[in-house]
Design a protein around this ligand. Structure first.
Ligand code: EPZ
Length: 416
């Protein structure tokens, strides 16, 4: 397994180009099962999860080609079976269930397991799909879904699940009649999926709000669509600048979708401003600690929690982080404490003591965003930090070490 050797790096300085959004591209790729005809997706990040999604589409009967950051998809005769061997490597594969039901009336998709950050159930997905007219059985770890034809429904989600909202939008796009989804997730990636489907001829409105209306259509056609920028990658680099006392220009940075993160960083003393060519992020005066509670969008994103925890270790005073979305998303804390951080976790809350001198150490990545927080910590820790199991990082960040090296970081990848 590859690892990254990260050394204490001087102030980062230069321009970073933000890639396309993993969490928008993944559902959009699953939605490509729905239209007939050629689909061209632009600004798709070259990531392990994207390659896995293309592999799944191939297994389901679609032709896919991935050149540069463009994916071309054309679906032929579909087959309803998404195998365990693939779904176990990427939970988001479960989103093919709804589109397969919409097109074929049947699906056999491996039940996704949990992951390091939580149990990750899909009950909200299945309850909503049942309201649309699907029936499910669980057989040897597979969800066997059937329908005589999906029909519009009025769905009130018990929690604004991102994946479940995306799943129901896809399933409802060609259902008979109108579907209303209340308490829908408002994340920008959900809106990007809806905008893609509308470009294919769907009739969706309200995306980005908590009430989404979908008027089912008889069919969808291929289109060309540019995936939105990755706000979590951008937010991660927003932390790297002040952490090293440097200044970065982030090109293609979706600042409006990072409002909650920008508010907290400015509270800490980070300078963030829109300038010609992107967003400039620099360290202001000494950083001061803040309190953060992760919430569904537009609240502070859980996917930025590990990264801001690393920044808080360098800030003055105490900080507090409350993780309200996932039940086990503090695994980076143990690793940061091994580097000299002083973080105490009690239930869903972490208390971080600031002004800590971190010291490099071998550390273990446990999930995607935890990996990013450990790389960030390595940039300021004395000596060398060896971040192991960085396959987690490769799932969600396109060429992270190249982008960081280009602005002055000292990072090398050791291939296993
Ligand atoms: C998406 O996951 C993202 N992944 C996650 O990003 C992100 O952390 C999460 O949304 C929240 O913003 C992708 O988009 C591929 P949820 P998703 O359904 O859809 C519970 C990253 O690092 N829940 O909003 O799985 C669930 O257990 C990844 O890029 C149910 O109980 O998130 C969790 O506690 C990590 N039942 C909470 O809701 C359900 O049926 C939020 O989950 C569905 C979810």
């Amino acid at each position: 397994m590859d690892k990254l050797i990260v050394e204490k790096s001087g102030p980062l300085s230069g321009t970073v180009t933000i890639s396309g959004s993993k969490n928008a591209a993944l559902p959009i790729l699953m939605a490509c099962i729905l239209p007939t005809g050629r689909i061209e997706l632009q600004n798709v990040p070259r990531l392990a999860d994207i390659r896995t999604s293309c592999k799944l589409l191939n297994i389901l009967g679609c032709n896919t080609s991935f050149e540069g950051n463009t994916v071309v998809i054309e679906c032929g005769q579909l087959n309803p079976h998404a195998p365990y061997e693939l779904v176990k490597t990427m939970r988001a594969s479960v989103l093919c269930l709804g589109p397969l039901l919409a097109v074929l009336g049947e699906a056999r998709v491996s039940m996704p397991g949990g992951c390091a950050i939580g149990a990750r159930p899909v009950d909200i997905h299945l309850t909503g799909l049942e309201q649309l007219g699907a029936t499910f059985e669980l057989e040897e770890g597979y969800i066997i879904g059937r329908t005589d034809g999906l029909k519009g429904a009025h769905i009130v989600m018990r929690f604004p699940s991102v994946g479940a909202t995306e799943h129901l939008i896809m399933a409802a796009a060609m259902a008979e009649g109108e579907t209303v989804i209340e308490n829908a997730a408002r994340e920008p990636e959900v809106a990007d999926l809806a905008n893609f489907l509308n470009a294919c001829g769907a009739r969706i409105e309200g995306q980005g709000t908590s009430v989404i209306r979908i008027e089912g259509v008889n069919g969808l056609r291929g289109t060309t669509y540019r995936v939105m920028s990755d706000r979590i990658e951008a937010g991660t680099f927003m932390m790297a600048a002040p952490l090293t006392g440097g200044e970065l220009l982030l090109e293609h940075c979706p600042l409006p979708e990072l409002d909650a993160v920008a508010v907290k960083l400015r509270e800490m003393g980070v300078c963030i401003e829109e300038v010609a060519g992107g967003v400039r992020v620099a360290c202001g005066d000494d950083l001061v600690g803040v309190d953060v509670e992760t919430m569904p969008y537009p609240g502070f994103p859980t996917d930025m929690q590990a990264q801001i925890t690393t920044l808080m270790c360098s800030a003055k005073g105490l900080s507090m982080v409350e993780e309200n979305i996932f039940e086990n998303r503090f695994m980076h804390v143990m690793e940061l404490n091994r580097m000299g951080a002083d973080i105490k976790v009690k239930g869903h809350t972490a208390i971080i003591k600031g002004m800590r001198k971190l010291v490099g150490a071998p550390v273990m990545a446990s999930d995607l965003r935890a990996s990013a927080s450990l790389v960030l910590a390595g940039l300021v820790a004395e000596g060398k930090t060896e971040v192991q199991r960085i396959y987690h990082l490769d799932r969600g960040y396109e060429k992270m070490e190249d982008k960081l090296t280009a602005v002055g970081a000292r990072i090398t990848r050791v291939r296993a």
